[in-house]
Ligand binder design. Structure first.
Ligand code: VG1
Ligand code: CO
Length: 574
């Protein structure tokens, strides 16, 4: 279905004032929703992106994907992008039905349709609604988040912007009906095209080409009996994907209980971050022991949390390691082979053990999925992950919550029907990395910055080198081997990124990491990461918080965290 309107739409050049604070963080630009809606803040950022895109595509009119996680202002934002794209020489926009598309799905369709990139309207795990957060993320032609060279260049443009360009008469576009439309724009030699697609279809097709759906169906309700599971979408974007895959494709309505699968503009008040604190509903549901497996996703569907029976928690670091060790049960990897692995710097070294044993390469990159793209494009890695509940592979260039869940179900179908047993076996083979993350969210004032500055100075002065700390826990002692501010040189394009977090590495291999979050929209969030390796099997059943107590107290002491932040306990413990 294609229709060419006969009216010509005029381009308006509207004056605007530049903003100084449109610097994208770890994953796009995130601000309070109200900030985006006021004073053409959103329009300015989009215009700067189009200006940058024009510079990169001198001989070409780009085609882009547009979609968002359904939060407040995603649909309106999409309509603004339509008006602006038409006036900025964009050839075509491919838009998800109702403008709703998960982040992994955007990556999937950028690659499938071979477009020049995409715009994702999401603040991901940040809460949504008029009183919460909004965000904009740009993806490039490989389907992944724009690298810093691009986001820095867009940022430069935001600070010089004087005009925005739009076609104000391009209104009432039907975003609900699949089809193609074409519009004549004054002063343009080619028409402007819009195509509305069903992104769930494209994504499901990709999943069916990766996994053995028959085997997963058989796990859930087959010859070995029923395997009840619980999936909670936290009212984010994943609802339609969950219902389609579990209830339709896998035909497992009877054994797959779903919650919060209706996508709501304020996520039903949920903080759509799948961790033990914000997804406590899933934790409680699992604790009743009726489900063998549980999973939750974040607002835009790229994160996942995996739980076993009784609420047994799989840390994202272990999830990455277990999947890395068992990729050969998944048809996609049987066909394409497994290259190396990668993790973000704060992620525990569990996957490193798997790499060592299987003699594969392992890369350590700064926090943020954009750093994995080059490694995947160059076939250096097949799977990668972050401690922040992100796991993914080279099937796309974003982390992928549903992919992680289907990977886990594949492992459960092939290796052992118990999540906990899979972990125990894994630890007995590789040893166990105990890991925790403490988040101190939304701190006002300069404290967190002063704290980080002091830690940076301690790296420079090397004052902690070889220093031994006694702790109040038995006779546990730690001696500092390395203290530095993490930097990274991309092995593919040589790009250099610095100041990515303070690391303190002790002689026994334990690590402390301190970072400031780059995704918060108000105040500063301090993250403390603790990682410690044990290979004595009596420890494997121990509680991570108990095991890590000496290191945590040492971290708080070294950083003088309470003095700088005024907080005596974290907002979230993972
Ligand atoms: C956080 C996580 C990081 C993740 C990023 C985007 O960043 O730590 O691992 O890649 O969020 O995830 P920061 O800078 O706040 O620590 V998502 O799902 O919110 O796009
Ligand atoms: Co996300």
């Amino acid at each position: 279905m294609s229709n060419l309107e006969q009216v010509k739409h005029a381009i308006e050049v509207r004056p605007t004032k530049p903003f100084t604070d449109q610097k994208p963080g770890t994953s796009g630009l995130r601000k309070p929703t109200k900030t985006f809606k006021e004073n053409q803040y959103f329009e300015n950022f989009i215009q700067a992106y189009f200006d940058d895109l024009a510079e990169r595509n001198k001989d070409k009119s780009p085609t882009l994907i547009v979609g968002g996680d359904g939060r407040h202002f995603v649909r309106e934002g999409t309509r603004i992008i339509i008006q602006m794209a038409a006036a900025n020489n964009i050839k075509k926009l491919i838009i998800a039905r109702d403008a709703i598309m998960s982040t992994p799905s955007v990556s999937c369709v950028i690659r499938k349709y071979g477009t020049d990139g995409g715009i994702v309207l999401t603040a991901s795990h940040n809460p949504g609604g008029i009183n919460n957060d909004y965000g904009v993320k740009f993806n490039i032609a490989n389907g992944g988040p724009a690298p810093e060279a691009v986001t820095n260049s867009v940022y430069d443009k935001t600070r010089q912007l004087t005009n925005i360009r739009l076609c104000p008469t391009l209104i009432n576009i039907d975003l609900l009906t699949l089809g193609k439309h074409s519009y004549e724009i004054e002063g343009r030699s080619i028409p402007f095209e819009i195509e509305i697609i069903d992104s769930v279809d494209d994504y499901v097709q990709l999943m069916k080409s990766i996994f053995d759906f028959d085997k997963i169906r058989n796990l859930l309700n087959g010859d070995k009996g029923k395997f009840p599971i619980m999936i909670n979408a936290l009212s984010g974007v994943m609802g339609p994907y969950v219902l389609r895959i579990f209830h339709e494709e896998l035909n497992a309505k009877e054994v797959v209980t779903v919650k919060n699968c209706e996508n709501l503009e304020d996520f039903g008040g949920h903080h759509p971050d799948p961790n033990l604190t914000y997804a406590h509903e899933l934790v409680e549901d699992m604790q009743n022991g009726n489900y063998e497996f549980g999973a939750a996703f974040d607002g835009d569907g790229d994160r996942n949390m995996i739980l076993g029976k009784g609420g047994f928690f799989v840390t994202p670091c272990d999830s990455l390691a277990v999947l890395a060790a068992n990729l050969d049960v998944i048809p996609y990897f049987q066909k394409h082979g497994v290259f190396g692995y990668a993790r973000s710097m704060p992620t525990s070294g569990a996957v490193d053990r798997v790499a060592e044993k299987s003699q594969k390469l392992i890369y350590e990159v700064p926090t943020g999925w954009k750093f994995f793209g080059n490694l995947m494009d160059s076939k250096l890695i097949s799977i990668c992950g972050e401690e922040s509940f992100g796991t993914g592979s080279d099937h796309i260039r974003e982390k992928d919550g549903m992919w992680a869940v289907l990977s886990w179900l594949s492992v459960l179908a092939n290796i052992d029907r118990s999540v906990e047993k899979i972990l125990q076996t894994h630890w007995h083979t590789y040893g166990r990395n105990f890991f925790t993350r403490y988040d101190y969210e939304e701190i006002n004032g300069a404290g967190p910055f002063s704290m980080m500055k002091r830690l940076e100075d301690m790296c420079t002065s090397k004052e902690l080198m070889n220093k031994t700390f006694n702790t109040n826990y038995g006779n546990k002692q730690y001696t500092v081997k390395i203290m530095d501010d993490f930097s990274y040189t991309d092995p593919v394009d040589g790009s250099y990124t610095e100041k990515q977090g303070i690391r303190i590495i002790f002689t026994d291999g334990s690590r402390l990491v301190f970072r400031l979050s780059g995704t918060g929209a108000r105040g500063a969030t301090v993250r403390l990461y603790v990682d410690s390796y044990e290979n004595d099997p009596v420890t494997y059943t121990k509680d991570a918080q108990e095991m890590l107590k000496p290191l945590i107290s040492l971290a708080l002491e070294i950083a003088q965290l309470k003095d700088f932040t005024g907080r005596d306990k974290p907002t979230v413990i993972t």
